[in-house]
Structures are given as C-alpha cells and as structure tokens.
Design a protein around this ligand. Sequence first.
Ligand SMILES: NC(=O)c1ccc[n+]([C@@H]2O[C@H](COP(=O)([O-])OP(=O)(O)OC[C@H]3O[C@@H](n4cnc5c(N)ncnc54)[C@H](OP(=O)(O)O)[C@@H]3O)[C@@H](O)[C@H]2O)c1
Length: 289
Amino acid sequence: MAEKILITGATGNIGKETIKNLLSNENDEIEVIAAVRDIDKAKNIFDFNRLRFTKFDFKNSRLIKEALQNKDKILLIRPPAISKVKKYILPLIKEAKRKDIKHIVFLSLQGVENNPLVPHYKIEKLIKNEKIPYTFLRPSFFMQNLSTTHKKEIKEDDEIYIPAGQGQTNFIDIRDIAEVASLVLTEENHKNKAYELTGKESLSYYKVANILSEELNRKIEYKNPSIFNFFTKKKKEGLSLTKILVMIGLYTAARLGKANKTTSEIQNLLGKEPITFTEFTKDYKENWL
Ligand SMILES: NC(=O)c1ccc[n+]([C@@H]2O[C@H](COP(=O)([O-])OP(=O)(O)OC[C@H]3O[C@@H](n4cnc5c(N)ncnc54)[C@H](OP(=O)(O)O)[C@@H]3O)[C@@H](O)[C@H]2O)c1
C-alpha cells in the first residue's frame, strides 16, 4: 500500500518545493497530502492530479486529528508566526504519537542545538521526548529571503536594507532543502538524525549586492543601516514588533560572524554541489525586474 505523507506548510517555501519534488517522478509507492488552511487557494498553486488536500490549522485540534488520520509520515514546518510551541505545535506532536506516525521530518534551523530560545529547539525536544522517529533538517539562511522578504527594497529602491555589518552569512537555496526533505521522507536510513544543511559559500551582503548588480545589470547597494535606523524604517513600514526583533536577532548574529558556518551535507546527501548564490540570482531574476 502506498505510504501517506502529510505536508504541513504546503503553500510556503519548503512545503511547495518538497511537494513538487515528491510528485515530479511517477512514484506510486507514496501518496502526498497537502495540509492547508484554504484548500481552494492551495488548489490554484499546484498542478498535480495526484496531490490530495486536507484542511488543516495548527490552531484547531479537530483539524489536526482529522489530518493525521491514516497517515504514515509528516513534514512538519513551523509557520514563522507561531512561537507558542506548547499551545500550537505540541498538540500535533501528541496526536502523531497517538496515531503511531512512523516518521516526522522537521524543518529546524542551523545552530538550533546551541540556542534554547528559538521555538525549533523546543520542538526538536518535544519530538524526541515522544520517541517518534525523526529527522531534523537544520538549514542556514534561505537565499529566497532575498526574493521574498527583501524583494521590494531590491526591486523598487535598488538596495538591500539589512543591519548585518561586514558579517558573512551562509546561504542555501530552498530547492536544495526540499530535495533533501523528499529524500529523507522516502528513504529509510535517515531516522533519528539531524542534518545541518548549508550552501557552499558564505557571503557578506556587500558581495550579495555585487552579485545582484551584475546579474540584474543595475547597481544594487548594500545599505548596512544601524539597528536603530533599521528598527525605525521597519516600524514605519508596518512590520510587527515581534517580526522586527526576530530580524534584528538574525542580522546581529550575522554581523557577529555567527551565521557563516559551511557544511558538506548537501554534497553527502544529494551527491551534487549546492546551488550557488549566482545560480539562484539567475533563476529568480524576474523577481527584481
Ligand atoms: N527563512 C530562513 O532563512 C529560514 C532558515 C532556517 C529555517 N527557517 C524556518 O523555516 C520555517 C518556515 O518555512 P517556510 O519558509 O517554508 O514557510 P513560509 O514560506 O513562511 O510559509 C508558512 C506556511 O505556514 C502556513 N501556515 C501559517 N499559519 C498556519 C496555521 N495556523 N496553520 C497551518 N498552516 C499555517 C502557511 O499557509 P497559508 O498559505 O495558509 O498562509 C504557509 O504554507 C520557519 O520555522 C523558519 O524559522 C527559515
């Protein structure tokens, strides 16, 4: 019987790419179910006859129970807006235990093992406590943050407005993460492991701006604002206080050189070089035109 894989965060960066990966080759040993808040909206995003949908919300225990019914594996993606782990993520983990789910693949975070303050740390611990077979994917910073969160400032103002100083950041393409997610969801030998996934190179935002300028054929400037100026600008743009503080935390870590670690896990797992920032820029070029 086909294994049933439930994908949370299915309409987001990693969920969407993982679904594409899982369904792009005719593997009838798996059935993929997208767990989504709005089925009609999600149906417009995907073009796979074989993809099934189930209504799901981390904040609704009835939907959690229904979505996990008769499933074998789960890709767990914590939505960035959910930070109350006990309230909104633990019910799914408990239900997974009750339903004897065979494997949870959790999208975690690079460096999580040394950072008890982030929700991912608590989630990893809860999954381990329940003794559910797991794989933790701990990626570095997504390249696609530049084509989503920072898209507007690059496209409209020709600038990168990030307070990361001269610090270098390791960037990874979400397509590499999704390929790993598909692999570990369909192979048996990744249970109870954690993979620190990174791109091959760490770059300062000056270098990022240079690559973008070259590919886009116009000058993109790295502004390197002070934290005070960054805070003021983001507040004026209407971002929530929590989101601004999370961004300041991330970019301060980068400024202090704590976001530049590189590993060879992509090569080890996928047998290929990670996608480079230049390749990402070429592939996503139209986002900033
Ligand atoms: N960005 C980075 O550089 C980076 C690096 C390492 C780790 N991470 C981690 O990656 C995770 C985010 O993954 P992502 O970027 O793939 O996601 P994303 O693009 O931010 O999408 C979030 C997803 O969560 C869904 N969602 C939101 N609220 C929900 C709710 N109450 N119930 C059910 N689904 C809900 C959204 O669905 P709708 O369509 O319904 O809104 C969407 O599919 C975060 O935990 C983040 O910390 C990010």
